[in-house]
Design a protein around this ligand. Sequence first.
Ligand SMILES: [Zn+2]
Ligand SMILES: [Zn+2]
Length: 363
Amino acid sequence: MTEIDYYEILEIHKSASNDDIKSSYKRLAFEYHPDRNPGNSNAEEKFKVINEAYQTLSNPDKRARYDSFGHISSENMFSEQDFEAGFSDIFGNLFEEVFNAGQRQRAERGSDLKYSLELSFEESLEGAQREISIPRRTLCDVCEGSGAAEGGEAVCHTCRGRGELRYTQGFIAIKRQCSTCRGSGKIITEACGFCSGNKFTVSEHTVRVKVPPGITNGARLRVRGEGDSGFMGGLNGDLYIEIRVKEHPLFRREGHDLYLNVPIGFVQAALGDEVEILTPKGLSTIKIPPGTQSGQNFRLKGKGAPKLEGRGMGDLYIQVEVRVPVKLSKKQKLILEEFAKASEEKNQPAVKRFLDKLQGLFN
Ligand SMILES: [Zn+2]
Ligand SMILES: [Zn+2]
């Protein structure tokens, strides 16, 4: 076996100061750390030697002895405690975090799932109950998530069932998750025939969804625990139901209020009338007073959409559109001409106001 030169290993001069030793060690230990070089046995070996070198050269007594007598087998010289003191001294918790990151199989929360539910306009107002079918990941019923057939499981030979391995590299003791069993402590010798060893199966799952009255387009309902199954005691994910409300051919919704445009004839508007309208509860009639103008709104209190976040209802606004008749008969024309002759300014106050303003602009 060739003699190892600790100074060479740490890439420092024989006269290097303690600080030089420390900073050089820090840099090299980081570079060759097993966590940064997985599966690289050269780096592992190098890391081990770097630590040996540091343990010796950072201690003035050991360094003096090394300078006089050369390399002495590390196993006989230093305990693990020696190492750990120097180690935490330099890196604090930094490495500890790196080490712990890969350890043991942790509980894993199931994924959230999304489902788009389309409702009719009426359903959005009245509320709805639906049974929906969701394909979701669940632990395999047959192997209960072990992935193994009955009797097809054995204690992991690498970690002897502990799920983690303790590496001793010179002065270093590192616990790492066993890569053979991925921390479970067991290996599968025969895969579960049902899930093919996947531990999960995907199956359709029926979820009853209750949609509250008054829900709006784009609203999201959360059904807790109806997402994918968790693993190793992790919680199930949630199911998010995104509501799509189909447009209504007549109603328009704004907040809790509904709007309905109702065309009426100009005679109805002038003389007043009872007009048939639609409400969310069905047909109804409203009274249009004489002299109703196009665009005028009539508010029907409490006939709108239910308020989701509290009691009560929005309102229904009926907007009147006054329509002028087309294709008049000879007789109708005569009557209207008579009507025009008999009309006075006060019959058309809005027209009069407009003409006055127009004149004002040119005078
Ligand atoms: Zn299975
Ligand atoms: Zn193992």
